[in-house]
Design a protein around this ligand. Sequence first.
Ligand SMILES: Nc1nc2c(ncn2[C@@H]2O[C@H](COP(=O)(O)OP(=O)(O)OP(=O)(O)O)[C@@H](O)[C@H]2O)c(=O)[nH]1
Ligand SMILES: [Mg+2]
Length: 476
Amino acid sequence: MAFENLSERIQKALRNLTGKGKISEEDINNASREIRLALLEADVNFKVVKDFIKKIKQEALGKEVQESLNPGQQVIKIVNEELTKMMGETAVGLNKSKHIPTIIMMVGLQGTGKTTTVGKLAYHLQKTDHARPLLIAGDIYRPAAIDQLKQIGGELNVPVFSKPDEKDVAKIVKDGLAEADKNKNDYVIIDTAGRLEIDEPLMEELERVKEVAQPDNILLVVDAMTGQAATDVAKGFDDRLDVTGVILTKLDGDTRGGAALSIRAVTGKPIIYTGQGEKLTDLEDFHPDRMASRILGMGDMLTLIEKAQQDYDAKEAEKVAMKMKENTFDFNDFIDQLEQVQKMGPLDQIMKMIPGMANNPQLKNLSIDEKQIAHTKAIVYSMTPAEREDPELLNPSRRRRIAAGSGRPVVEVNRMIKQFKQARDMMSKVTKGNFKGMENLPGMNSPMAKMAMRRMNKSFKKNKRKRIKNMKRFHS
Ligand SMILES: Nc1nc2c(ncn2[C@@H]2O[C@H](COP(=O)(O)OP(=O)(O)OP(=O)(O)O)[C@@H](O)[C@H]2O)c(=O)[nH]1
Ligand SMILES: [Mg+2]
């Protein structure tokens, strides 16, 4: 998976912060150092890394405290924002010509994915813009290049203009454009030849094509797997051709992240699309914010919670399973469960970290009832050890004593004991891999908490086989 290492390391550095109520300058420095190393290892441009870390420190140390976030979450937010800025802030699309055709010229080193991307882009424009593109085969050096483009055109039902015997690429492009005029194509996409490195003849040829075609878009195709070297190449192309945008290919692969993260900062040119596979459908618009979230694993903050919960589940589910089997699940276990829920942190605040969620109206109705959980705990702690271990002892007079001891009304004590019994039922389901009903636990009565539960339920089911194996081992 792309960015795996980078993602993991940055998330780890940030996770160390989220556990803390207060963050010192030293904490920030430690996290910054970790992030810096992670970025350098991901082959992000040295200068870009330096600027980035400087900004993170400035922001993290200087920023006014925002009440809705704890300090660790605030640092995550800053890193997320800076990472987004680094990649360009907002999504950028193609330049469209006032008059048809809109002309797109594809450039880049050998094997980066130019020809494939010509096809992907044609398909994308067909889908999003009902486009009727013409493709021009401007690579006359590799014998199979024209056939490759023709095959792609055939798949998409898109015409391909080529002149196999013409040695002047600018002339081919000129004739191709005349053909597009004649046929009223609304887009023209020009494929060009690649070289192993930037060389003078290649650049001159591309400059001539640019001169003739006057393209609305010159898209530099960059292989994301090549890391920092890719940014140097990008700069070389940009200096000569003044490209309008970048397409990052092979983001589906084991990309370290260097090119994706530094190319915008180094060239000032926006990433417009990303290639996510070899098929013609594998082209996606580039959204800096989504990419940052993906790197930080935040687009799916719930996954983090889920993961924590899974780790807990693995051990705890075994214990609970045994308790259920022996019917010894008691109030001590009940308290454990409650504490596990609380350990996940203030759920409403974590929710706000999810991109797009901060302004979600549903969040306003969100109440994770911490108070209720505290009351429940007070009641349990007012029980004698014998009562906690054997709930059947709880007769009316004991309940009155517990009510007095915890400062809660008797009805509430009764309700809680009833809930406990429900929870016990629920636990018997949990051992069968079903979290349904967990929503009814105290404090879990909110849409968001329910959503988290549904997710846990799903992931629990997914790992069921593994769990059953573990349990069998545990019981044997
Ligand atoms: N996994 C993956 N492979 C890709 C992607 N884009 C292109 N490829 C593959 O990369 C290889 C080279 O692609 P081409 O489109 O021929 O590259 P090119 O830049 O036209 O190459 P030259 O014309 O030789 O300069 C092919 O095997 C493609 O299938 C992508 O986004 N993901
Ligand atoms: Mg090619």
